[in-house]
Ligand binder design. Structure first.
Ligand SMILES: Cc1ncc(COP(=O)(O)O)c(C=O)c1O
Length: 438
């Protein structure tokens, strides 16, 4: 009977009155919100609206989610992670629930430092700050090294989270083009830094989102030398760093950082435990500023999550999981590229990704990617159109595809449909051009 009371109380049907018992609550009208009010309030401003729209539509269960930013959840040892999380939560002593307030749990920071060593980077656990996913790490890094009004270099095409963060913090975005095969041009980057007086760069040297390509080691070293020379902080977004298709794990630019100017941000969201929201930044000379900002904003990250991941990393099965993941994704990349070659219009170009789970398609220029996105969506398929990844609505004929989605009959057919739509759009545009000539 008491269990029933407790449950009814928890659901708001009854209330306990001291020394009197339980009473049915008077129904209370919810203020404001009506059934018809929209679930998501879109941000103001062109391409942010597009990003929100694409992400929202992609999350629907009945849509084939090629536009998804998430890895296919089937790729992760979720049962095993669930087990270690439960063990960690059960074994949590009262003192453990609150220690690790500054910087995060020591055991996890040490385990992450060991991962760095395995990638050829020496990082002290003291410069690591645990965060709620990489996105918080990136935002805290940005706010620690730049102030409102400052110029910050970002990539085009690049991760839309960067331009949104700059916009929110009142900073100026300086977009530098990233070549779909060769990556960022360091000469142009240097010129952009000098011209704009930028105080920081937010870049993805490995498995860039959305291009899927990486800079070679020599270029990463040169990049770090350049920002060091210019006195500029490098916020390195390396969320796909552990998902390299090479047998060797890719080395982050942080590996060449002697002056501590690189704030290397990553998480377990893409490679091990999506949804658990555990990330970090190895912030170099900015570690205490980032740590202070973390304390002032979200205090600390979930303790069972941190302890569970530390426990998982300690068990020794992570390297095996990563090998399997990399192997599986590399095979998926090949299968997707083959299908694109078969179904998409002649003249579609793509560069084999070096890691991660995105491939960037450059369609014939007559194909408008936003238009293609809308037509595909009408058929229950989402693709990420190029203008999502730039401030200036560039990349109008480009599309990002998430190839971690199982390439089963439904997905294969969806690729065929998108390819046919693009081909039809190209033909119509070509016929219109011929018509206008005559
Ligand atoms: C390039 C890039 N950086 C950062 C993030 C955010 O990572 P997390 O989920 O760990 O916050 C994402 C997620 O979509 C991403 O694609």
């Amino acid at each position: 009977v008491f269990q029933a009371y407790y449950q009814l109380e928890a659901r708001g049907w009854i209330e306990a009155r001291e020394r009197s018992g339980y009473f049915v609550r008077a129904p209370r009208r919810a203020a404001g919100r009506s059934e018809t009010s929209p679930r998501i309030h879109l941000l103001q401003g062109g391409d942010s609206d597009l990003v929100m729209e694409v992400l929202e539509r992609t999350s629907r269960r009945d849509v084939v989610p090629f536009a998804s930013p998430f890895p296919n959840p089937r790729l992760f040892p979720l049962e095993q992670i669930g087990r270690v999380m439960a063990e960690a939560a059960r074994g949590l002593s009262p003192a453990q629930t609150v220690d690790g307030l500054v910087g995060g749990k020591e055991a996890l920071r040490q385990a992450i430092a060991v991962r760095y060593l395995q990638r050829g980077v020496t990082v002290s656990p003291d410069e690591i700050v645990i965060t709620n996913g990489a996105l918080e790490a990136l935002n805290l890094s940005l706010a620690s090294v730049a102030a409102p009004g400052d110029a910050v270099v970002i990539e085009s095409p690049g991760f839309y989270g960067a331009k949104q963060a700059l916009h929110r913090l009142g900073m100026r975005a300086v977009e530098v083009p990233v070549h779909p095969v060769d990556g960022i041009d360091l000469q142009r980057l240097d010129e952009a830094i000098i011209r704009s007086g930028a105080v920081a760069c937010w870049l993805m040297p490995s498995h860039q989102n959305p291009l899927g390509i990486s800079l070679g080691d020599a270029k990463k070293r040169e990049l770090v030398e350049m920002v060091t020379r210019r006195g500029v902080a490098l916020i390195e977004d390396d969320v796909y760093g552990e998902m390299s298709f090479d047998h060797q794990p890719s080395r982050p630019a942080k590996a060449w950082d002697r002056a501590g100017v690189v704030l290397h941000c990553s998480s377990f969201s893409k490679c091990l435990a999506p949804g658990y929201r555990v990330g970090w930044v190895a912030a170099g000379v900015n570690a205490s500023a980032v740590s202070r900002m973390k304390l002032n904003t979200t205090l600390m990250s979930t303790m069972p999550g941190q302890l569970g991941l530390a426990r998982y990393l300690d068990q020794g099965s992570y390297a095996r999981h990563l090998r399997k993941l990399q192997h599986g994704l590399a095979a998926q990349a090949t299968a997707y590229m083959r299908a694109v070659q078969e179904f998409f219009p002649a003249g579609t170009r793509m560069q084999p990704p070096t890691g991660g789970y995105f491939v960037w398609l450059r369609l014939p220029e007559e194909v408008d990617a936003v238009d293609l996105y809308r037509r595909a969506l009408a058929q229950g398929i989402s693709i990420a159109p190029g203008p999502m990844f730039s401030n200036a609505a560039l990349h109008r004929s480009c599309v990002r595809i998430n190839f971690s989605i199982d390439l089963d009959a439904r997905a294969l057919n969806a690729l065929r449909v998108v390819g046919a739509l693009a081909t039809a759009m190209q033909r119509t545009a070509a016929a219109r051009q011929i018509g206008s000539v005559y």
